[in-house]
Design a protein around this ligand. Sequence first.
Ligand code: CP
Length: 326
Amino acid sequence: MIGQLKGRDFISTQDWSDEEIELALQTAKELKFMFKNNIPHRYLPDKTIFLMFFDKSTRTRNSFEAGITQLGGHAHYIDVSTSQIAHGESPKDTGIILSSYGHAIAIRHDLVPGEGNKYMREMARWADKPVFNMQCDVDHPFQTLADLMTIREIFGENLRGRKIVVSWAYAPSYAKPMSVPQGLIMLMTRFGLDVTLAHPPEYKLMDEPMRIARENAEKAGVKFEVVDDMDAAFEGADIVYPKSWGIEELFDRPEEALKIAKKYQDWICDERRMKLAKKEAIYMHCLPADRGYEVTDAVIDGPQSVVYQEAENRLHTAKAIMALTM
Ligand code: CP
């Protein structure tokens, strides 16, 4: 299993077949068992991964750094503002050079629609080692893989007939990337879940992830619907995943965006809304959450919340992809 996908990039879950995603999930499950039981698993001794960050992170950075250490390797953290990338060095030159020094390059570049995914794919064209997407403008594949792992731990592997709601929620902090909801609708439609996407009219997702989600749903024989009513979306849900995201055209105009967002301050996940979902429904969020805005403390700290299990699974899925490809 280890090294079975050696050399493969992981930029979008859509780039991997169902069988490869299954292999990643199975590997993550085994690595989680070994981690929990203190069984050594140094599958990548002396290997180096470069972690390039154009944006901030808690979970992603630390799951990769802890993960590669547990696998016997080492991570170099690169704040790109302190590298020559800030002076305009190209993804081609950076990719060729870093891949000659180590064994994988991981990139977070998520704040500008139209830029991050393009940058990663350009680097992957030139780097002769795997390139990983630690979140771009289009997808956050390590997050959604951990989400699918978490959902299966709770509901089992056969998810047919279960409903996940991916809903916009209000947050005043900043225009959050669109990549998590986009990644969720693309991945969950492939693995048996009926997907309901809910958002106010201004918060449309990008055309291509929407097209892929529709196509995946049709192929898998599951439902994919879009609504503009958070209450209606929550009705009968097994999984609710409410989070904020920005408006594609307004990422460079935050004040204008916040003015629009303020119209929808009632898009919050609270106890009343949780009651609209099934009794055994779970609450998910990739974190960080804007407590008191996207979600109440009572929900995120309540018995239906699985956010810490979900965050922990970021470690095991990051390790799985590294162990399979590096
Ligand atoms: N969910 C997630 O990617 O968290 P960070 O932004 O802290 O990495």
